[in-house]
Design a protein around this ligand. Structure first.
Ligand SMILES: Nc1ncnc2c1ncn2[C@@H]1O[C@H](COP(=O)(O)OP(=O)(O)OP(=O)(O)O)[C@@H](O)[C@H]1O
Length: 333
C-alpha cells in the first residue's frame, strides 16, 4: 500500500475497530453477500471486505440488482460484473421483470432479491455500503415524516432480514467523502448514477441542498452529531422494546386467541405511556395487515378510559378492539 494512501488506511482501521467492538456482525469464516450498486460506497465496501477478509476467511459474493430504471442500467450491471471478475469475486445478478413504480417498491424488490441470492449462495449475511451520510439523511427524512425514536434510529449496524439472514452495514462510521477518497486511491472505476443528481427525489434534495446548508449555517460537524443521536436513540429503543416484550410473557396480561386476542386493560394502564405505546404496537403488529401507525396506537389506548363495550376502536381489515372487563379484546372477522 502506498504511504500516502490515507483514506485506505483510515477505512481499514475503521473496519477493524468496528469488528473488534462488535465481532458478531461479521464473524470468521462467514459467507457474505455484498450488495453492490456500482456507486462509490458499495464498491469501497466490497474492496475493503476483500482486503480485510483473508485473515477472517470470509467467502464473498457480489450481488447486483438491476431495477431496469435507467437506459444505462444494463451497462451499470455489466460494469459491476466486470469489476467482480477482475477482483476474483463471485458475482450474481437479478433483473427486474416488471415495472417498479416507486422508490419504495424498488427497495422492496431489491431486498427480496438480495435475500433470494443470499439463500442461493448460502450466505448468512447481506452486507451493504450504507454510510454515516446515509444515516444522517435517514434520520432527517424520518424526522420530517413524524417518526418516533425507532424511525430516527432505523439505520443500524445489523438487523434481521429473515430468521437465517442478517443485514449488516459496516460502514456506518464512514462518510461519503472518505469512500470517495478510498475509491480514488484504489483506482476503482465508479459508476455515476445520473438519478443521484435529480432533485425531484426528496432524498437527493436533502443530500445536495439541505445537509450542506445545515453544515454551513448550523454545525460543520453535523454528520458526527446526528450519527451520535442515532446511536443513542438506538440503545434507548433496544431497551424499551425489550421492556415492552416482557409484558407478553405472562398469560394474565395477554391471551393469544386466534379470533379474539386480548390484553389485560388494568395491567396495560399501570405501564408508563412510553411502554403502553410499544406494547400496543407489538400486539397490533401481529394482526393488522398494514404497518401499525401512530393513530392506530392512540385509538387503541383511548380504550383504557372506555366503559365496557361502549366504545370500539376500528382498524383496517375488519378488525376492531373493544373493552370486555378485564380485557381489551381484538375482534378479527
Ligand atoms: N442496485 C443495487 N444492487 C445491489 N445493491 C444495492 C443496489 N442499490 C443499493 N444497494 C446496496 O444498498 C446500499 C444503500 O444504497 P442506497 O442508499 O442507494 O439505497 P437506499 O434505497 O437508500 O437503501 P435503504 O433504503 O435500505 O437505506 C448500497 O451501498 C448497496 O450496498
Amino acid at each position: 500500500m502506498k504511504s500516502n494512501h490515507r483514506f485506505t488506511k483510515l477505512l481499514r482501521a475503521n473496519l477493524n475497530a468496528v469488528l473488534r467492538s462488535q465481532p458478531e456482525i461479521l464473524p470468521k469464516n462467514a459467507s457474505l453477500l455484498v450488495g453492490v450498486s456500482g456507486g462509490q460506497d458499495s464498491l469501497c465496501l466490497a474492496k475493503l471486505l476483500q482486503m480485510q477478509g483473508t485473515k477472517l476467511n470470509w467467502k464473498l459474493t457480489i450481488a447486483h440488482c438491476d431495477h431496469q430504471w435507467r437506459s444505462d442500467s444494463r451497462a451499470n450491471a455489466e460494469h459491476v460484473e466486470r469489476i467482480a471478475k477482475e477482483w476474483g469475486i463471485a458475482f450474481c445478478l437479478r433483473t427486474a421483470e416488471s415495472l417498479l413504480t416507486s422508490e419504495a417498491e424498488a427497495r422492496q424488490w431489491r431486498y427480496a432479491m438480495l435475500v433470494e441470492m443470499a439463500n442461493n449462495h448460502n450466505c448468512a449475511y447481506v452486507v451493504t455500503g450504507h454510510t454515516r451520510s446515509d444515516r444522517v439523511e435517514t434520520l432527517l427524512y424520518n424526522l420530517m415524516r413524524g417518526s418516533g425514536a425507532d424511525g430516527l434510529a432505523s439505520l443500524t449496524w445489523m438487523r434481521s432480514l429473515t430468521d437465517e439472514i442478517k443485514l449488516v452495514r459496516p460502514l456506518l462510521n464512514v462518510s461519503r467523502h472518505e469512500t470517495l477518497g478510498f475509491c480514488h486511491e484504489q483506482q476503482i472505476p465508479i459508476w455515476e448514477d445520473s438519478t443521484n443528481q435529480n432533485l425531484d427525489y426528496r432524498r437527493n434534495r436533502l443530500r445536495l441542498e439541505t445537509i450542506p446548508y445545515l453544515q454551513e449555517h448550523f454545525n460543520p460537524q453535523l454528520e458526527m452529531a446526528i450519527a451520535q443521536t442515532s446511536e443513542l436513540l438506538h440503545s434507548d429503543v433496544i431497551y424499551l422494546e425489550s421492556q415492552a416484550r416482557s409484558f407478553f410473557v405472562d398469560n394474565m396480561t395477554v391471551l393469544w386467541d386466534d379470533h379474539a386476542p386480548r390484553l389485560n386493560r388494568q395491567r396495560l394502564q399501570e405501564q408508563p405511556l412510553a411502554l403502553q405505546r410499544r406494547i400496543v404496537r407489538q400486539f397490533l403488529s401481529r394482526y393488522l395487515v398494514h404497518q401499525v401507525n401512530f393513530e392506530d396506537i392512540e385509538r387503541f389506548l383511548d380504550l383504557l378510559m372506555a366503559q365496557n363495550r361502549s366504545q370500539s376502536a376500528p382498524f383496517k381489515g375488519n378488525i376492531s378492539a373493544f373493552v370486555e372487563h378485564p380485557w381489551i379484546v381484538l375482534h378479527i372477522c
